[in-house]
Design a protein around this ligand. Structure first.
Ligand code: RIB
Ligand code: CA
Length: 321
């Protein structure tokens, strides 16, 4: 762990987003991170359901949320330039593996997620790590609302994209980027430090039987909840992985945000294909060993991580709650 971060989390909760919330809750409870706020966005599910799911998970993890705690703001209900699309087959019709949890005690705040990003960035200039594990519509909207936003954010950490790895929603595109390619390209074009965590880094971290069995052996509300949502997610993932398991993508992005030493990185200017008939929503980098022609600020792209350490920290985090 390097130093405590203040995180503003943007997500589409979602099963791996929910696991990430458990991880963040463990950091908060240990005093190793602060959560300034959360925004939700269309993606795995609609953003209102995503916000209620976020409140459910934080409450279950013992973190006060809503108007009396960490503010949870509802964000964009659709992408900038295409139709909305949910991932119910991966996350269930309630976004949490059809677990049908009761209503949370807290409510979302009235402020929209993009406005919350701008307000918190202005209130804490240079302090916030903006962690995004859903489509980037709220971040893109915040950039349009406040052109000075890039100078106010410490770092943007995004789970998304695929480079030397097949896509997971089309042959080439990763879901978070494909859900709103225009917004993603705005984020990669802006002059702020970006850490991008693509499928190339997340897929090899899949958890399998041994990890799942250790989780299932633990008797706490958080562990039982994680087992229930992961049961659904594992069923969805197993045909792709060809063995029982699941990829908890978003948790790797969160972990690299607070503990960058466990990742391996390259620096590349990144663009999003906006026009390709077969490739819209694909992340593209210039990997030639020539001086970069792209004038964009290079993005730090995770290409690997210490996988046993990732799995162990995530499991310990959930078991600590
Ligand atoms: O491609 C993986 C991403 O898509 C994750 O953020 C997951 O939650 C889904 O939204
Ligand atoms: Ca997500």
């Amino acid at each position: 762990m390097t130093r405590a971060r203040t995180i503003l989390y943007d997500c589409d909760t979602g099963i791996d987003d929910a696991m990430t919330l458990l991880y963040l809750a463990s950091l908060i409870r240990a005093g190793d991170a602060e959560l300034a706020g959360i925004g939700t966005v269309h993606g795995n599910i609609d953003p209102v359901t995503g916000a209620l799911n976020t409140l459910r998970v934080l409450e279950l993890a013992g973190v006060k949320a809503g108007e009396q705690g960490v503010p949870v703001a509802v964000g964009a209900a659709r992408p900038m330039a295409q139709d909305v699309h949910y991932a119910l087959e991966w996350h269930g019709t309630d976004g949490l593996g059809d677990t049908r949890l009761p209503e949370p005690a807290g409510r979302p705040v009235a402020e929209p997620a993009a406005a919350q990003i701008v307000r918190l960035a202005r209130a804490m200039p240079g302090e916030l790590t903006l962690l995004a594990t859903g489509p980037l519509t709220n971040l893109g909207a915040a950039l349009l609302l406040d052109p000075e936003l890039p100078s106010l954010i410490r770092e943007v950490v995004v789970m998304g994209g695929a480079f030397d790895h097949p896509g997971n929603i089309t042959t080439h595109a990763e879901a978070n980027i494909w859900h709103d390619p225009e917004a993603a390209d705005l984020v990669f074009a802006a002059d702020w430090p970006v850490l991008l965590v693509p499928l190339d880094a997340t897929h090899p971290t899949a958890v399998h039987d041994d990890w799942l069995d250790r989780l299932a052996a633990h008797d706490s509300a958080a562990a039982r909840f994680a087992v229930r949502i992961l049961d659904f997610y594992v069923d969805a993932y197993t045909p792709t992985l060809r063995r029982r398991g699941a990829v908890i993508h978003d948790a790797l992005a969160a972990m690299l945000a607070v503990d960058p030493d466990i990742g391996e990185y390259v620096q590349r200017a990144v663009r999003v294909e906006l026009r390709g008939e077969l490739t819209r929503g694909t992340t593209v980098w210039d990997a030639r060993s020539l001086p970069a022609e792209d004038t964009r600020r290079p993005v730090r792209v995770a290409v690997g991580s210490d996988i046993p350490v990732f799995r162990e920290i995530l499991l310990s985090a959930v078991l600590s709650l």
